[in-house]
Design a protein around this ligand. Structure first.
Ligand SMILES: *[C@@H]1O[C@H](CO)[C@@H](O)[C@H](O)[C@H]1NC(C)=O
Ligand SMILES: *[C@@H]1O[C@H](CO)[C@@H](O)[C@H](O)[C@H]1NC(C)=O
Ligand SMILES: *[C@@H]1O[C@H](CO)[C@@H](O)[C@H](O)[C@H]1NC(C)=O
Ligand SMILES: *[C@@H]1O[C@H](CO)[C@@H](O)[C@H](O)[C@H]1NC(C)=O
Ligand SMILES: *[C@@H]1O[C@H](CO)[C@@H](O)[C@H](O)[C@H]1NC(C)=O
Length: 857
């Protein structure tokens, strides 16, 4: 107590936190750990007594969340006790301290997150980069580089190799930072935490900027996140990009005066509880969390953080950095060669993270860098025969082969540190606006750009473009903070229609009226999220597009050759930043396709639209409640709608995708609706009555006028409306088809590539020295299939089923929980009163509906 108040007096509150018991080491071999979310009046000590558990302490910064332990046993003792209490409560009633438990989760160690520095081999037909850079530097650029170094006193021996900071060869292909440094903007007062496999705080190149109070080792439970395993080098390399000191060792970080913390989570298995603590660690002082990892980028995984980690990230943006919000930066992923997409990763597609992809030193898209509608921006990394030159583990070690999207994210994080020096008052959303507004579109001819409503260009491959540090800092200087966030949730829209096989799609629309957004206090859009259920016997066949009222298209997902998962999309949430700045008012259309013709088929079950944006009236803004496990449970709140099977133009996706341009400009593909059985007005079995009786009457009658026509005619009218939308999807089809053909012509068995040493693979994209072991890609494919990834998938699926079963055990309760939908705005909450079983997470594992392990990028 005395220590705490003393530290508090000294303004070192974070030390008090750091010394908290929540950082007690764990022993997963001997102990079971439970996380319980309690009512704020329920004392954890009483819960511990009641359940015979040891109270380990609070769960990081998550209010009213606590960790308890017991000796290891098979049973989930908390689950058993809570079930028993529930049963008794029904019959006997009365009070029990267990009634104060709002969520309970037994902790398990989950598969390791993968670093995104190790990138898969290039696909067949990919032009291998020609060894190392052979072009010679431009004399004028060299002179400028020398002048800058002289003026700033940069004597770091590899500064001249750090082309990402100043590129004298491909002039202009760098982060354009030197004139920012010359203004004295070098990261003073900004702190970046590298959440990774460690950070060598004894490196001569890092130690002066090392921020010990923001650092912790969650793998070995010690205060120093020192690298301990042979391959614990990734975090140190990332840290060097941000904050390598300007001295006589290696190079400089892009924000060389910033502070750098290390949070070590990737070197061993970790529980959701510890990962949640890590994501909020010292979050008043660590301003930016740089995360170069995630679920495996294998073209198969579709995984998202569990509920505790989701809560931690929401808590971070709500309460971190003096309530301005922690800045989470994520690497988009390295699985593009496997058609992986960052929308299949619940970290990169979180609205709370800035997703950063890669371009190489020639400004080209490297084959590994994933695309998605959630990607905000790109910056430099490996490719075209070179990589990022940075600090390495060791007192005076440099590394010239750092790469993958792993190397892009920290570079962005360092640039955001420069921004925070100039504008420490920017909120997490201000930062996203700034990044979006100042990104520079590149590769305009082949980047697949479309012009958005606000006149920005967006590409699924490059986001809004590459970061131009100078432009970002200039805009930051005068940036006007945006109003608080507001959101609109649509009802669940039930479809329950078979998805036509082939080059067709199933399009379903939902109309957002001005009244809905006014009631929801939404002035203009930022993020759009779509949660959906699709049943399919082969998940990789499915692709989904979203067309906004302004006819801007988000490719929410693409098909994936390797993904043979039999389960479709289950409550999966996709995210898009493509509609930034739109009003949101009008008809939103989702098009689900099964363009891969085979024996596998599926059904589009339902979907749910959420529009996130700036509020109209800041004084009416509210704080988003913490997510619940069963947020997606109110499938009752449905809308019947018209689903139309249409001969859609397959909208192009993929790194080689052609420009979608402004779709309205190219209504050049007349298509014809198929008057098949699919064209019926659908009412979900449960939806019909719910829709008719729902209190949120705003949506149903208003947006499907009947035109006084009979049902058949209406179908045609809406079919035609669908068609018009389809016209808008135009352009790019032929390229897409060509690409598909190419992929077909290059089946995996013909892929041949070199297995590179880790460093080569990481750094040189398969360029540079050739490794010895040649292997067929087919083997790699099979290895993946039999490997841990699939196992973990199974494990999760199993767990999911189990959880579902348990949820339905107490079926009567499941209807008790419902968000109230008022004026179109979905309000979550009131969970305390309901006391239903779903408020208890009954999972045996820590994966939520879209839970799962991340991997390094
Ligand atoms: C880079 O910064 C300079 C100022 O130093 C600015 O004039 C220029 O527009 C920026 N962008 C590029 C692509 O050079
Ligand atoms: C750093 O922050 C302190 C206190 O917030 C402020 O007084 C100081 O001017 C800042 N320094 C720089 C270089 O921005
Ligand atoms: C999928 O194909 C099978 C066999 O042709 C068929 O019985 C089933 O109804 C189809 N399911 C859907 C959703 O189209
Ligand atoms: C979606 O989530 C809800 C609970 O949140 C669950 O009841 C439902 O079964 C889930 N659907 C699928 C397909 O997993
Ligand atoms: C949801 O649907 C179930 C079953 O159809 C029903 O019992 C329950 O009352 C409904 N809940 C709401 C809020 O409409």
């Amino acid at each position: 107590m005395r220590l705490h108040s003393l530290l508090g007096l000294l303004g070192l509150g974070y030390l008090a936190t750091a010394s908290n018991s929540h950082l007690r080491p764990r022993d997963y071999d001997a102990e079971d750990y439970y996380v319980l979310h309690l009512d704020s009046d329920t004392p954890p000590s009483q819960i511990a007594i009641k359940l015979g558990l040891t109270h380990e302490g609070p769960l990081g910064e998550l209010a009213d969340h606590h960790i308890f332990s017991s000796h290891k046993q098979q049973e989930d003792v908390v689950h058993t006790a809570l079930k028993e209490r529930k049963r008794r409560k029904r019959t006997i009633g009365g009070y029990d301290v267990l009634d104060g438990v709002k969520l309970a989760q037994k902790q398990q160690l989950k598969p390791r997150l993968e670093k995104r520095g190790i990138i898969p081999p290039p696909p067949a037909g990919y032009a291998s980069p020609v060894a190392r850079q052979v072009d010679s530097p431009a004399a004028a650029a060299l002179a400028k580089q020398a002048a800058v170094a002289k003026k700033l006193g940069i004597k770091d021996p590899i500064f001249n190799e750090q082309w990402h900071l100043f590129n004298p060869v491909q002039v202009g292909h760098d982060v354009n930072v030197t004139d920012v440094w010359l203004q004295g903007i070098t990261g003073h007062n900004a702190t970046v935490a590298i959440v990774d496999d460690g950070l060598d705080m004894y490196s001569e190149d890092l130690k002066d900027n090392y921020f010990a109070e923001g650092s912790y080792d969650f793998n070995d439970h010690s205060v120093e996140p020192r690298p301990k395993l042979d391959d614990d080098k990734h975090g140190t390399r990332c840290a060097g990009e941000v904050s390598a000191v300007k001295n006589n060792v290696c190079g400089v970080g892009v924000a060389w005066d910033s502070k750098i913390a290390g949070i070590r989570i990737l070197s061993k298995l970790i529980s959701d509880a510890d990962e949640a603590i890590a994501m909020n660690y010292a979050y008043q002082h660590n301003q930016i969390y740089s995360c170069s990892w995630g679920p495996p980028d294998d073209g198969v995984s579709m995984e998202a953080p569990g509920i505790l980690i989701k809560r931690a990230m929401l808590n971070g943006v709500q309460n971190g950095r003096g309530k301005l919000g922690s800045i989470y930066v994520f690497a988009s992923g390295n699985g593009a060669a496997y058609q992986d997409n960052c929308n299949f990763d619940g970290y990169t597609n979180s609205i709370y993270s800035v997703t950063v992809g890669a371009i190489d030193r020639k400004g080209l898209h490297p084959y590994y860098s994933e695309q998605c509608s959630a990607q905000l921006v790109v910056t430099y990394s490996s490719g075209s025969g070179d990589a990022i030159h940075t600090t390495d583990v060791g007192p005076n070690q440099c590394y010239s082969g750092h790469g993958g999207t792993s190397a892009a994210a920290p570079l962005a994080a360092g640039i955001f540190a420069l921004v925070l020096q100039v504008r420490p008052d920017l909120s997490w959303r201000d930062m996203q606006y700034l990044v979006m507004e100042t990104a520079l579109p590149i590769d305009l001819d082949t980047g697949g750009w479309q012009t958005t409503t606000i006149g920005k260009k967006f590409s699924h491959t490059y986001g809004y473009g590459k970061i131009d540090t100078y432009a970002t800092i200039e805009a930051a200087k005068t940036f006007k903070n945006v109003k608080p966030q507001a959101w609109y949730y649509s009802p669940w829209i039930h479809v329950n229609q078979a998805i036509p096989e082939g080059e067709e799609g199933l399009a379903v629309s939902f109309e957002v009226t001005p009244g809905m957004l006014k009631d929801a206090n939404v002035a203009r859009l930022e993020h759009v999220t779509i949660t959906m259920n699709v049943e399919h016997t082969r998940r990789g066949d499915i692709s989904v597009d979203l067309v906004s009222p302004d006819k801007v298209i988000s490719h929410l997902s693409n098909s994936r050759n390797r993904d043979s998962t039999e389960s479709g999309y289950e409550n999966w949430t996709f995210m898009s930043v493509v509609h930034w700045g739109e009003s949101g008012i009008g008809t939103w259309t989702i098009i689900v396709k099964d363009a891969i013709e085979n024996e596998f088929n599926g059904t589009f079950i339902d979907w749910h639209l959420k529009l996130w944006g700036e509020s109209i009236d800041a004084s009416k803004a509210t704080i988003l409640p913490m997510p619940e496990e069963n947020d997606d449970d109110d499938h009752n709140k449905t809308s019947t709608t018209t689903a139309v099977a249409i001969a859609t133009t397959p909208v192009a996706v993929g790194p080689t995708s052609p420009p979608a341009a402004n779709p309205t400009d190219h209504p050049d593909r007349p298509t014809r609706p198929k008057p098949s059985g699919a064209q019926e007005e659908v009412a979900s079995p449960t939806g019909t009555s719910a829709a008719a009786t729902s209190t949120s009457s705003s949506w149903l009658p208003s947006f499907f006028p009947t035109f006084g026509a009979g049902p058949k005619t209406q179908i045609w009218i809406y079919g035609a409306a669908g068609l018009i939308l389809v016209f808008c999807c135009g352009l790019g089809v032929y390229f897409f088809l060509a690409r598909r053909k190419r992929l077909r012509n290059n089946p995996r068995d013909e892929w041949e590539f070199d297995i590179l040493e880790d460093e080569e693979a990481e750094g040189l994209n398969g360029g540079g020295a050739r490794g010895k072991g040649k292997r067929r890609a087919g083997e790699l494919y099979d290895a993946f299939a039999a490997g841990s990834d699939d196992e973990s998938d199974e494990e999760f699926d199993e767990g999911g089923d189990e959880r579902e079963k348990m949820l339905y055990d107490d079926e009567e309760d499941s209807s008790a929980r419902e968000g109230s939908s008022e004026g179109g705005k979905h309000v979550i909450g009131d969970d305390e009163e309901d006391d239903d079983d779903e408020s208890l997470v009954e999972a045996e594992h820590e994966k939520g509906a879209q839970g799962g392990p991340p991997s390094h990028k």
